[in-house]
Design a protein around this ligand. Structure first.
Ligand SMILES: C[S@@+](CC[C@H](N)C(=O)[O-])C[C@H]1O[C@@H](n2cnc3c(N)ncnc32)[C@H](O)[C@@H]1O
Length: 293
């Protein structure tokens, strides 16, 4: 298993949005919008910095590596200065041990979600369910690490399921993964020894303060339940007991302030051994629980 510590330097757009968002500073975006010529690396860094991009040096390097020639690099910098996510400009994101295709239809997989993957791999599992699979980042990574396991990854978004299918094929796990469209449990059957989910957990009232990369470019349905941010956890808690094998585990990604509320929900659902684990930045990020054996 890879070290999480090694990956600390990576940017984390949803972590950024939780901190209240990065405010764009004029006139960076204005200059970048009018960019019609090649840019040097130092000009690119200055443009991104002026646009309020949180990691101008790192993003310049990533975009330079991913661009085919000077014109493509200038275009990539123009898009990044307009606060488009790097993953949308390049079309992919490195997550765990794989390169995942990312489109505007799916959440850009976050480094902090690798905490959940690492915890999942601490125990054996044969059948895994991922609720709200998005790009498939979690379940595809898990199946790639456990060649004997099979999985089901659901999503309410047909576009997301297609992207997850492409990633499953590219990473060699498609023959062990089913990807049904489902509104949480509506079309899910069977029992699993591991259930994972990174559901939409941002409250509707927090959406306006998100970083532009997140608010303006990621699917709204992947970010918020349009309520208090706990709606998806309530829905998951309703039927999780029935879909876990005795002794089976639940791992939920949570927002840093949600541990107590989500713990109460899964406790009411009959699960035990509830524990909260921090991410690489030390903030509450994954809630683990178990169905009694
Ligand atoms: C935060 S994203 C997580 C994506 C991916 N698992 C990851 O960690 O990168 C939440 C996902 O839940 C899906 N979703 C939202 N509401 C849903 C629902 N009612 N039923 C199933 N999936 C839903 C969204 O479409 C989105 O793909």
């Amino acid at each position: 298993m890879r070290s999480l510590r090694r990956r600390r330097r990576r940017s984390s757009p949803r972590a950024g949005c939780e901190a209240g968002g990065f405010r764009a500073r004029e006139p960076g975006p204005e200059i970048a919008r009018n960019l019609r010529r090649a840019v040097t690396r130092s000009e690119a860094v200055a443009l991104l910095r002026a646009a309020g991009v949180p990691d101008p040096l790192g993003d310049t390097a990533r975009l330079e590596r991913g661009s085919d020639g000077a014109d493509a690099f200038a275009e990539a910098i123009r898009r990044r200065a307009a606060r488009e996510p790097v993953s949308h400009i390049l079309g992919f994101r490195e997550f765990w041990n794989g390169r995942f295709r990312v489109t505007p239809a799916v959440l850009d997989p976050r480094p902090e979600t690798e905490t959940l993957v690492a915890l999942a791999l601490e125990e054996p599992f044969a059948r895994v369910l991922d609720l709200g699979t998005g790009s498939g980042a979690i379940i595809v990574s898990l199946l790639a690490e456990r060649p004997e396991a099979t999985g089901v990854g659901t999503d309410i978004s047909p576009e997301a399921v297609l992207v997850a299918g492409e990633n499953a094929a590219a990473l060699g796990v498609a023959d062990r993964l089913i990807l049904p469209l489902s509104d949480w449990w509506a079309d899910v059957g069977g029992r699993y020894d591991l259930i994972v989910s990174n559901p939409p957990y941002i409250a509707a009232s927090e959406m306006a303060a998100l970083a532009p990369e997140v608010r303006d470019h990621e699917p709204r349905g992947a970010l918020t339940d349009e309520g208090d941010g706990l709606g998806a956890y309530r829905a998951i808690a309703e039927a999780v007991f029935a879909h876990l094998e005795p002794g089976g585990r639940l791992l939920l990604e949570i927002g840093p302030t949600q541990a107590r509320s989500v713990a109460a929900l899964v406790s009411e659902a009959g699960l035990i051994e509830i524990a909260v684990h921090p991410d690489i930045d030390g903030r509450d990020r994954v809630l683990a629980a178990r169905r009694p054996a």
